[in-house]
Design a protein around this ligand. Structure first.
Ligand code: ADP
Length: 583
């Protein structure tokens, strides 16, 4: 294994880059690419989900704000109607009017949110006692209200008779917090005769808001002119009448009737999606908040889980990629080493083959020279032995004649052996070129050379059609001579020998020639051995021979790139087949 520590720390990016070439970083590159694609896709989906979730809560907030708008608007309209009626029918100069007072008292029973209605003259002094529901009478007190913010606003706005919703105040009559609703009373001369003001219990608005609150942290609020809090859920008491810097009253947002804004609430410091709506008829605004934490809870959870899975995937991919690259590098190195050892082996084989060829050639040369040189003294020995036999045959005793006869026969056999060895070693030396041979003619020449043996044995040699082959002609004749000769020599004593020479053309531009006889046959265990030099299965007494014939045949066939083999069984004849290139 190759350690991953080269070029600095284990698994560091620098280490990885230094550790291998670009080629062996393919795994890591692919993994990085894959991770980049997956992460980009994940980020895109996360971004989309984020906006989808935010959008969902924006729609929800707007629906809730609309519901609050309708409820508060309904309540405001009925109170406004009552106040208009009072303003139209009451004149501060003719007040208190017991009949009218009783009538309005009865009306107030249907308005639990209205604590009391006061009639104020043009100078800001309360006239008569507050009108309340019959069960909630209040003491009669002369109170100066000219310093009240709503008083000034109604007075300043006159002749407009629009309803003024004042800042929440502590009532000088009841001592309770109320939201003043004030409207001008017009005198018979068209001037400001006074005004009617109702004290609204802020609790009624708080209750209406409660039904639209989505969550405590988000809250809901009713805001009056300039963003003053008229009601709020939660922390209603704390915020009542207070004003905070509010982006909904500034810039572009300040002009919108309804919408959604994202900001950190100045009232409670929560980051929120705030849906807001300005009421159509009154200077009021309702807001419903949903914190980002709530709106994005599902998205955050999903992002954490997916992020975790992605990180695990990245880690697994990185490990796999590093392993892959390490293996790839190791493989390359191994392949390199294998190629190097193969080259080395091939070089060694070549060297040894050359060496072997050289020593073979040397051996052949030696055999050739030795047998050639042996011929001369052998010839001398043979001629003198023959001379001895001729001259002194019958003159010495019979044993001496026998010895001389043995010596002559031995010298003859030796001569045969030397000739055969010479022929064998000549095959290697002959540099004759292979040419297209007339196979049939060469086979016939071999038969002619074997004429005596054929005649003596009464053999029949037949030949089929023999197509031309590429061979050194003399060697092909020698092949035929050896094989046909063996067919006759190793004949079965019980039947006259028959030798058949046939041939067939094989697919791959080869000709297979078969020499078949009906002789004694060869046991299967000797089928390979008989092609070895000096390998004989019989003594020279029973069958004369040197054991070189078949070795010579194999050598010739080998040299022409063919193959030779035997098919035989004792008593069933022998077929020697060999192949040569087609001529
Ligand atoms: P040689 O004939 O000189 O002994 P060969 O190399 O031609 O040498 O043959 C080797 C041996 O193979 C022979 O001794 C013989 O036993 C056997 N042999 C060769 N040809 C035949 C054949 N046609 N039939 C039976 N035996 C054979």
């Amino acid at each position: 294994m190759i350690p991953l520590t080269q070029g600095g720390g284990r698994f560091t990016i620098l280490g990885m880059i230094r550790y291998s070439t670009f080629r062996h970083a393919r795994g890591r590159l692919a993994a990085a690419l894959l991770m980049a694609v997956i992460t980009a896709n994940w980020a895109w989906q996360g971004w989309r989900d984020y906006h989808l979730d935010i959008g969902e809560f924006e729609v929800l907030g707007q629906s809730l704000a609309r519901a609050a708008d309708y409820q508060i608007d309904g309540s405001m309209r009925s109170m406004d109607t009552l106040l208009s009626e009072v303003a139209n029918r009451v004149h501060p100069a003719r007040w208190p009017d017991p009949k009218l007072e009783a009538w309005f008292q009865a009306r107030l029973v249907a308005f639990p949110e209205l604590r009391n209605i006061n009639i104020i003259d043009a100078s800001g002094h309360m006239v008569g006692r507050p009108i309340t529901a019959p069960d909630r009478t209040m003491p009669t007190r002369s109170v100066d209200l000219s310093d009240r913010e709503y008083f000034k606003r109604v007075r300043d706005a006159f002749p407009s008779q629009a309803l003024v919703i004042g800042r929440p105040v502590q009532s000088r009559v009841s001592g309770l917090s109320s939201i003043p609703l004030a409207r001008a009373i017009v005198g018979p001369d068209g001037g400001l005769a006074g005004m009617v003001v109702a004290g609204v219990d802020p609790e009624i608005f708080r209750q209406k808001l409660e039904s639209v609150v989505f969550e405590e942290a988000g809250g809901a609020a009713l805001l009056g002119q300039d963003g003053v809090f008229l009601a709020r859920v939660p922390r209603h008491e704390e915020t009542l009448g207070r004003t905070f810097p509010n982006p909904l009253f500034d810039g572009e947002l300040g002009k919108l009737r309804a919408g959604v804004a994202h900001f950190v609430s100045p009232a409670d410091g929560n980051d929120k999606i705030t849906a807001f709506r300005r009421l159509e008829r009154y200077p009021l605004m309702v807001t419903v908040g949903i914190t980002k934490a709530t709106a994005l809870a599902r998205w955050r959870r999903q992002s954490y889980v997916e992020g975790g899975i992605l990180a695990a995937l990245a880690l697994a991919l990185a490990v796999l990629a590093v392993q892959y690259d390490r293996r790839s590098l190791a493989n390359t190195r191994l392949t390199g080493q294998l190629a190097a050892s193969r080259d080395e082996l091939e070089a060694q084989v070549e060297e040894r083959t050359a060496h072997l060829a050289a020593s073979n050639a040397e051996l052949e040369q030696f055999a050739y020279v030795a047998s050639h040189d042996l011929q001369e003294p052998l010839r001398t020995i043979t001629s003198f032995l023959q001379l001895l036999q001729r001259r002194y045959g019958g003159q010495l005793d019979s044993q001496a004649d026998e010895y001389i006869a043995f010596a002559v026969s031995g010298a003859r056999r030796m001569s045969l052996l030397i000739n055969d060895v010479l022929a064998f070693s000549r095959i290697g030396r002959q540099s004759g070129d292979a040419e297209s041979c007339d196979t049939a003619a060469l086979a016939r020449a071999a038969v002619t050379a074997l004429e005596t043996a054929i005649a003596e044995s009464g053999a029949t040699v037949t030949m089929g059609e023999l197509p031309p082959v590429r061979c050194v002609p003399a060697q092909l004749q020698s092949l035929f001579q050896n094989l046909i000769g063996n067919g006759i020599k190793y004949r079965d004593p019980h039947r006259p020998p028959v030798v058949v020479v046939s041939a067939r053309v094989l697919d791959d531009a080869l000709v297979e020639i078969a020499v078949a006889d009906n002789g004694i046959g060869i046991e299967p265990q000797y089928h390979e051995r008989i092609f070895g030099i000096f390998q004989r299965l019989h003594t020279s007494d029973s069958y004369p021979g040197t054991g070189i014939g078949l070795a010579l045949c194999r050598k010739i066939v080998d040299r022409h790139g063919g193959r030779i083999g035997v098919e035989s069984a004792p008593g069933r004849g022998t077929i020697i087949r060999f192949t040569l290139p087609a001529g």
